[in-house]
Design a protein around this ligand. Sequence first.
Ligand SMILES: Cc1cc2nc3c(=O)[nH]c(=O)nc-3n(C[C@H](O)[C@H](O)[C@H](O)COP(=O)(O)OP(=O)(O)OC[C@H]3O[C@@H](n4cnc5c(N)ncnc54)[C@H](O)[C@@H]3O)c2cc1C
Length: 439
Amino acid sequence: MSLLTELSEQLPGRAYGPGASEFDTGRTVFAGVGEPDVVVRPHTVDEVATAVARAAAAGLSIAVRSGGHGLLPVDDGLVIDLAEFDTIEVDDAGLVTLGPAAHWGDVAAALASRGLGISSGDTRQVGVGGLLLGGGVGWLVRTHGLTIDALREVELVTAAGEVLTVNAESHPELFWALRGGGGNFGVVTRFTVQASPVDGLVGGSIHFDRSDVPTVLRAWREVMRAGGDGLNSSLMLMPPMGPEMPGGPQVGIALRGTESELRDLLAPLLALPSVAKVDLAPVAYGDLLEDAPPGRPPFQFVGGNGFAPEVSDELLEAVAAAYARDVPTMVLLRALGGAFSRVDADATAIAHRDAEALVIVNGVLPADAEPELVTAVKAGSDAVIALTTGSYGGFEANRSDEITASMYPPATLERLRRVKAAVDPGNSFRRNHNIRPAG
Ligand SMILES: Cc1cc2nc3c(=O)[nH]c(=O)nc-3n(C[C@H](O)[C@H](O)[C@H](O)COP(=O)(O)OP(=O)(O)OC[C@H]3O[C@@H](n4cnc5c(N)ncnc54)[C@H](O)[C@@H]3O)c2cc1C
């Protein structure tokens, strides 16, 4: 009996194959469209458990789709599309119950009237599930930490089809692993997250021309070092994209404070001769978020990311050199420190807590670029990444054992592998930055 026939009998009206619109939705993700054997779209936790136990017992891979912005297209096995699990509920203590398929833009909108928010990613359409299991580097990361730092509890369906309530008391090791270990340990059907105050924000952007990038980089670093936890910022170096978009450094900023406080903090940047445009004003947290492009742009991004323990002169010089090369290059520096760094390295699976910034550098090449060019551009990006430590899986589009090993220090990865062996010894959940079971 085929998997589709069997699951259709066990879960009437919930299992879909080619030709069904639910199949098409479930197999379509930001990165493309796959050809899985079956898409199951459960409505209840018990239905999730039934589908998982069946696929795991047959040794099939189980891909979990929440917001669809992290999964790569799946060409065999089962996709569990959690689209029906999109609850957003908040209680008087600011504890928020989230379904994994809720989108962060909707979460921000639902919490806004209470002056609350959850520092999540910077994109509205990204899903709760993938981001909350992977880490969550958001706009207010220096003020409120990673999204996983606000996680209090999850409901988890394991590969055996067991439904667990996982928190720091009930299953401390599993709860540790779920905060940064991604979708390796089962299907999360509910998250409980502590929201934080996000009212009274002021922010916006400063654009610079390309005349003196090194000075902008150093000034940004000094501004961020002098600013407290309340000051959050990313610096992006954009390549030119036509006459309307000449490229250059862009600094995005958010502060919980007043506009005059913000202008005082930013004075060294605002005084630079290369300032081209300043746009600073009171802003709602939800308005800091951006809309995602409809799918992955048709380019290859050649580079990677890493945590910078120190934004050193050497690192900034390497960044400026990578940006100045002939190939269009994008660089993003996300300021960390603050609340992000006050969490102990072994408190969650994201261990690089001493980082001053997360650095992302990519040459932007046509999909069919000559291999020699790709290799040369990769070397240029690697010169920057070599000055960082580890990497953040959420910003890594590819999957390999090498990438997983770069995401976690060796002791963290070994600990994750032991947890994996306890809850998913057959590695059913392997459509991710895969953590192989220990042993
Ligand atoms: C345009 C864009 C912008 C982004 N911006 C940011 C950002 O600002 N900050 C940041 O930190 N990250 C960012 N990311 C990365 C993002 O956090 C990850 O790609 C994340 O996995 C997306 O979550 P999702 O639910 O949409 O993905 P999905 O594709 O649904 O899931 C991705 C993976 O997560 C796992 N997973 C998802 N849901 C569950 C679940 N309920 N149970 C078990 N496993 C599950 C699965 O392994 C799955 O393969 C961005 C990604 C994109 C495409």
